[in-house]
Design a binder for this molecule. Sequence first.
Ligand code: UDP
Length: 501
Amino acid sequence: MTNQVTMNGPGDPKLHFVFVPFLAQGHMLPMIDVAQLLAKRGVLATVIITPFNASRIKNTIDRAAKAGLPIRFVPLRFPCAEVGLPEGCENVDVVPTAELAKNFFEATGLLGKPLETYLREQQQPYPSCMVSDFCNPWTREVASRLGVPLFTFYPMCSFFLLGMHNILHSSIHDAIADETEPFVVPGLAHKIEVTKARTPELFPGTEWEKIREGIKAADRAADGIVVNSFSELEPWYLERYQEVVEKKVWALGPLSLCNKDAADMANRGKKASVDKDRCLRWLDSMKPRSVVYVSFGSLTHVAPSQIIDVGAGLEASNHPFIWVIKEIENSPEVERWMSGAFERRTSARGLIIKGWAPQLMILSHPAVGGFITHCGWNSSLEAISAGVPMITWPFFGDQFLNERLIVDVLRTGIMAGVKDPWMWGTVSNEVSVRRDDVEKAVRSLMDVGDQERELRRERATELGEKARKAVEEGGSSYVNMTLLIEYVRNKLHHSCNPLGS
Ligand code: UDP
């Protein structure tokens, strides 16, 4: 599975970045993008994965090899049996119940020894640094034993990271009894109103204490933090977050923009469940900015009754749509409803993808003019990069604060009107946003002639341009990556690491 390795530029010390992603789509995909970006700059990148995940991203691995990029994908055996997980349960999106989430974290923690053994035994070059997802705090000890600098990767924005930091450090949650009582997040540049229910700690309660403490220790030990963001998007928040964590925050995004080729965009993360050319032909047949794209990411489980209300709202809106329904959501009830009159009635203007969508390819097509999103940070930033305004429909985690960034700060989105958060691993058959509200939101976002809509579009287009500039040669994220490479090179010169020259 290991790819052919080519070397760094002539005369360079052999810089070697080791990437340890957390095994969930929203974490792996942006980290593989960073690895590819560095490899394109001549840095050797090793990405630690597992056999199941390697087979899913075979297309990416093969294309990187074909392009001659100095990047190794190293599949380590994932210890499912040791922690009581079903065999092959190597990604969060296939963990069958919420109760098994702890087991999944336990299994990732067991990768420390094999990772260290692999890195010690492999041929030169010795690692220069490790970039590890914040959900893998166990890598702190591996990096320390290997004597290499550690960078923590947060696939999130600074707005969320700072907002959550301020909420937790101010203990404002403790002062509020009612989960639904609005309060203003302290210490932000904008007045951001949230509730306790919508700003849950990422790893709450005593059962996650060890992970929580581990994350804090890894952040303290890290040389810096890498985020999937760019300076022009949230300048105040990036600076302030850097101040509160008291270390360099490297904004290297939008990372997804490194996938320029249609083939790279089409099968990112998993093989797409729709033929790329069919999807492109369908999009080409639609008017510019006329299509609304609907996807709730890789981890949510939308209940059948809610799926039916989304469909009914889309139908009533009269706008063309591409709608992604994950395999896990495609229940017999949904299938019956779809294959009845709905699919027939909407076939001329609706494309339904059951399974995995080529999201980057869709969002970057000129026919797409709106995105109903769960506000996962990758999806949000992918829409921002493509200049696409959003209807925000958060479910859990950082998504409620991401909604506030999109609606209140960037003003490139409108809310679907979700009130209650969703508990990962559960399926409630309650309808969170009713069909009339889905229709209303789609009309507000997409109907022609509305002045606010035009201004929102202009803002989205401008942000998209800034995003693309940030990753171009000389752009803010491009320069940050150069500085990160220089930083690691300097560390190497001054260390007693076997490679220090
Ligand atoms: N994604 C995709 N096709 C799908 C669903 C998701 O390509 O059908 C990608 C999407 O482009 C994004 C990632 O998977 O890069 C999901 O990450 P995000 O942070 O948006 O949400 P999560 O799945 O982590 O909740």
